[in-house]
Design a protein around this ligand. Structure first.
Ligand code: ZN
Length: 289
C-alpha cells in the first residue's frame, strides 16, 4: 500500500492499527489489528528509544503486525518485553526476537489455559529490577492479580507506567481464577500509588493522564462490587455463583457475562480468604455478620 502523498489535515485517529503514533520523543505506540470484545481497539504495542529499540507487548502472532513493528522501528530492535503471557500480548515476542536477535525479557508463563507457552525469557526481571538501555531505564514492578506473572514497567525519566492489562482505559479488567487473584490485584493497585506516576500507558485504549485518580476509582469500583455481592448473598439466601451473576452484574453487556462470571468467582474466593463468605455444595453463605 503506497503512502499518501498529500498531507492529511484531519486530526489524527489515535487508535488506528498499522501506523505508529509518537506519544513523546522516543515513545511510540503501534496498535495491533486485533480489536474485539475483550481487547477493545486492540493491543497497544509500544516502541521505546530511537537508536536501539525496546518493543513492549508485541501482541498476538499476526504477521502483518510483526512486519509493521519492524518497519516502524527505524533502528535495531534489541529487547522484546512482555507485561504478561496472555494470548493477546506475547505470542509475537518469540517470532520477533527470532527475526531480529533481540533479547526476550519478562517472566515465564505459569501453567494453565490462555498462557503463551512459547514465551521463554532470556532475561527474567523480578520486582524492582531494571532494564537499562543507552537512552532510557525501565523498572519492572511485579503486579500480580490479572495474571500471576504480570509486570508493569516504569519509565524512570518520564515516570510513565506501562500497565499491560493491570489497568486499562475505559473498562475494568477481568480477573480469571486460579491464575487471576482479586486480593493480589487490589494489593498491586494500592502499591502503584507509591511510585509517583506521571501517566499510564495501558495495553488497551488511550493514555491515562490522571493515574492516581484512576487507580483510586478502580479500587473503589471493586469494593462497590464486593459490597453488592455481600448484599446479594444476604438477600438471596444461599445462592449459587450463577444465581449471583444475574443480580451482581446487572449493569454488564450480556455478551460479557461469561467473563464477568470469572471476576465474580475471583471476588467470592477473596471473600472466602477474608473469612467473610463460605461455599458449601456450590451455595454461598455469609460468615459472621
Ligand atoms: Zn491479560
Amino acid at each position: 500500500m503506497p503512502e499518501p502523498t498529500t498531507p492529511d489535515t484531519r486530526p489524527p485517529a489515535l487508535l488506528k492499527a498499522g501506523s505508529a503514533v509518537e506519544l513523546a520523543p522516543g515513545i511510540r505506540r503501534l496498535l495491533a489489528p486485533n480489536a474485539g470484545l475483550m481487547t477493545g481497539p486492540g493491543t497497544n504495542t509500544y516502541l521505546l528509544g530511537k537508536k536501539e529499540i525496546v518493543v513492549l507487548d508485541p501482541g498476538p502472532a499476526i504477521d502483518t503486525h510483526i512486519r509493521a513493528i519492524q518497519r516502524a522501528a527505524g533502528a535495531p530492535i534489541r529487547w522484546v518485553l512482555v507485561t504478561h503471557t496472555h494470548a493477546d500480548h506475547s505470542p509475537a515476542a518469540t517470532l520477533l526476537a527470532r527475526e531480529t536477535g533481540a533479547t526476550l525479557v519478562g517472566q515465564p508463563p505459569p501453567a494453565g489455559p490462555n498462557q503463551d507457552q512459547t514465551f521463554s525469557p532470556q532475561q527474567v526481571l523480578k520486582d524492582q529490577e531494571y532494564l537499562k538501555t543507552s537512552e532510557l531505564t525501565l523498572q519492572a514492578i511485579h503486579t500480580p492479580g490479572h495474571a500471576s506473572n504480570h509486570l508493569c514497567y516504569l519509565h524512570q525519566e518520564l515516570r510513565w507506567l506501562f500497565t499491560g492489562d493491570h489497568l486499562m482505559s475505559g473498562s475494568t479488567v477481568v480477573i480469571n481464577p486460579p491464575d487471576g487473584n482479586m486480593k493480589h490485584y487490589l494489593e498491586s493497585l494500592e502499591r502503584l500509588k507509591e511510585f509517583n506516576l506521571g501517566k499510564i500507558l495501558p495495553g488497551h485504549g488511550e493514555v491515562i493522564t490522571d493515574p492516581d485518580q484512576t487507580i483510586d476509582w478502580t479500587i473503589s469500583h471493586r469494593h462497590e462490587r464486593e459490597t453488592k455481592i455481600i448484599g446479594a448473598i444476604r438477600e438471596q439466601h444461599n445462592p449459587t455463583t450463577m444465581e449471583l451473576l444475574a443480580t451482581v452484574y446487572d449493569d454488564v453487556d450480556s455478551r460479557l457475562l461469561p467473563m464477568a462470571e470469572r471476576s465474580l468467582l475471583a471476588h467470592l474466593i477473596k471473600l472466602g480468604e477474608d473469612g467473610r463468605a463460605r461455599e458449601t455444595n456450590k451455595h454461598w453463605t455469609l460468615v459472621g455478620k
